[in-house]
Design a protein around this ligand. Structure first.
Ligand code: UFG
Length: 326
């Protein structure tokens, strides 16, 4: 049997898009998701199992039944303010449970791990463009939990002989360009989803959280990466590991950014109508500008962006929102 890929959180936004890319490539996928935030209909390929990643017997059984040699771990709590309010819940779910899952996978003989990390590990860096060597100083429990997971991976890989890639996601946005799946209601919508919801009338307005940053138009700048390009980064990471690649960490972003106002302007152009906004105070802990230096992923994983186009990001997000607001 072809080696299998165990995908935790594969019914969520990024996991389901990645599953689509692997499914189309004929990979042997097993999706394990408790559906706490994911959606069953977003899983279009592979075997779907509704269950808990902390269920040792289940995980060991899936590994044995499906000849699993790779763990791809998306399942995590991702809401920054919630992580500040409930740090122990975040450390339990994102760190303690992940450590146990890894332990089961080691026992089951898994050889490779691809891990969803985050730009949140950098915190509020001094320079606005960060490389993988920029010091990691997370400023909230969510970012700290992802950094702890990277340390767990490093130490466990060394001790137990598996190899891993951690992908540090920047601001993931947009939906499947073929519109088979998208971004459904979740607790952490992100700016592009919020703009799309305001466009279709699900929200009264887009709150612009801070207009006095040291940026050309005063609003925060981020590196928005289309979810299909991020999915492809996972595909390339698996190819890299299969070819014997060593443990590595990669930024996932385009290397340039857009301000909140630029996002709204492009959304209005695509949508053809104005979108209501409301000026709000800054959110605590938000950096003015956060951009990925992506030289490493481009060079080592041979990753190439296919949708580095703000119009495509917004069009796919708006189209999805429109179809799902009827
Ligand atoms: N913003 C608004 N209004 C909103 C929401 C966001 O103006 O309603 C602004 C923010 O101030 C920021 C930009 O839009 O300037 C992007 O904010 P998001 O909330 O979309 O994303 P963040 O950059 O805060 O966070 C994202 C992920 C986190 C992850 C982080 C890593 O959502 O999970 O990137 O840098 F931790």
């Amino acid at each position: 049997m072809k080696p299998g890929i165990l995908v935790t959180g594969g019914a969520g936004y990024i996991g389901s898009h990645t599953g689509l890319h692997w499914g189309e490539a004929g990979e042997n996928l097993v999706i394990l998701d408790d559906l706490s935030t994911g959606h069953r209909e977003a899983v279009q390929y592979g075997k779907f199992v509704q269950g808990d990643m902390d269920d040792k017997a289940l995980v060991l059984d899936l590994i044995a039944q499906h000849n699993i040699d790779t763990l791809v771990h998306f399942a995590a709590k991702t809401c920054v303010p919630e992580s500040v309010a409930r740090p122990l819940h975040y450390y339990d779910n994102n760190v303690a449970k992940f450590g146990r899952l890894l332990d089961y996978c080691v026992e089951g003989g898994i050889k490779q791990v691809i891990f969803s990390s985050s730009a949140a590990v950098y915190g509020k860096p001094k320079e606005s463009e960060v490389t993988e060597n920029t010091p990691c100083e997370p400023i909230n429990p969510y970012g700290a939990s992802k950094l702890m997971d990277e340390v767990i991976l490093r130490d466990a890989a060394k001790a137990h002989g598996f190899r891993f890639v951690a992908l540090r996601y920047f601001n993931v946005a947009g939906c499947d360009v073929k519109q088979r799946i998208g971004r459904d209601n979740d607790d952490v919508p992100g700016l592009v989803k919020i703009v799309a919801e305001a466009a279709v009338g699900k929200r009264e307005y887009v709150p612009i959280t801070g207009t006095d940053y040291e940026t050309p138009d005063g609003t925060g700048i981020r590196d928005y990466i289309h979810v299909d390009d991020l999915a492809e980064a996972h595909v390339q990471a698996l190819t890299y590991l299969r070819e014997g690649g060593t443990n590595n960490i990669f930024n996932c972003g385009y290397g340039h950014g857009y301000s909140v106002r630029e996002i709204i302007q492009m959304a209005e152009k695509v949508w053809g109508k104005s979108i209501p906004i409301k000026i709000m105070p800054r959110r605590p802990g938000d950096p003015a500008c956060l951009i990925a230096n992506n030289e490493k992923i481009t060079e080592i994983l041979k990753w190439k962006a296919q949708h580095d186009d703000l119009e495509v990001i917004l069009k796919t997000a708006l189209d999805w929102e429109k179809r799902h607001s009827l």
